[in-house]
Design a protein around this ligand. Structure first.
Ligand code: NYM
Ligand code: MG
Length: 211
């Protein structure tokens, strides 16, 4: 159970505002799955390790200025450059726990005023997640968590807009967890959703994101 020698891995995405607890929960979930003998890896977007990722990182740190559409397409390109590897891993039986994905791409850019459909377009054809878990935390609550790190977008007013766009993106693959609950409670809920997903996706083919 959980080990996937025969079947494919699951693509499980965590989404949420900045400081919603995604990164800590991804790490906890990953070590839980590994402890169960499940073949799993933790990924994150932006992946700052590539050359596109370094451009994104400089932009987020306010070390460079880029047009809104340009940075949007770089975030998307950063997912596209990982697509082939992602598919290979999943088909090879590795479950991927991914900290942010296309929904961040759309929600953050739409919050700047770019059209939703325009934002979605470059994401079409990426691997579709089996499960999206949204950690729901109020921006004010999130900001209290040690404050923001000084990157672009880390302002309560902007995060409120991002939250509204996330809300409008929710579909049947989404599960919402109340991210203001104690860490251990969130962790437990995540474990259950992830284990179910890993089992259920075995018989289902990978599909592409189509919105
Ligand atoms: N972000 C992240 C976007 O604006 N578009 C995207 O496609 C992705 C993946 O980058 N504030 C934003 C959300 C975050 C910022 O992410 C950096 P993180 O998870 O803090 O490294
Ligand atoms: Mg951040």
């Amino acid at each position: 159970k959980g080990s996937s020698k025969s079947g494919r891995g699951a693509l499980i995405v965590l989404e949420g505002l900045d400081r919603s607890g995604k990164s800590s929960q991804c790490a906890r979930l990953l070590s839980f799955l590994e402890g169960k003998g499940c073949q799993a890896e933790g990924w994150r977007f932006p992946d700052r390790g590539t050359s596109v990722g370094q451009m994104i990182s400089a932009y987020l740190a306010n070390e460079s200025q880029l047009d809104d559409r340009t940075i949007h397409l770089l975030f998307s390109a950063n997912r596209w450059e990982k697509r082939a590897l992602m598919e290979r891993k999943l088909l090879g039986g590795t479950t991927l726990i991914v900290d942010r994905y296309s929904y961040s791409g759309v929600a953050f850019s739409a919050a700047k005023g770019l059209g939703i459909e325009w934002c979605k377009a470059p994401e079409v054809g990426l691997v579709a997640p089996d499960l999206v878990i949204y950690l729901d935390v109020q921006p004010e609550k999130a900001a209290e968590r040690g404050g923001y790190g000084g990157e672009r977008y880390e302002r309560i007013e902007f995060q409120n807009k991002v939250g509204e766009h996330y809300h409008s993106l929710r579909d049947s693959t989404w599960k919402v967890i109340d991210g203001s609950l104690p860490m251990e409670v969130v962790e437990e809920q995540l474990r259950e959703l992830a284990m179910n997903c890993i089992q259920e996706c075995q018989g289902r083919q990978l599909t592409n994101l189509a919105w």
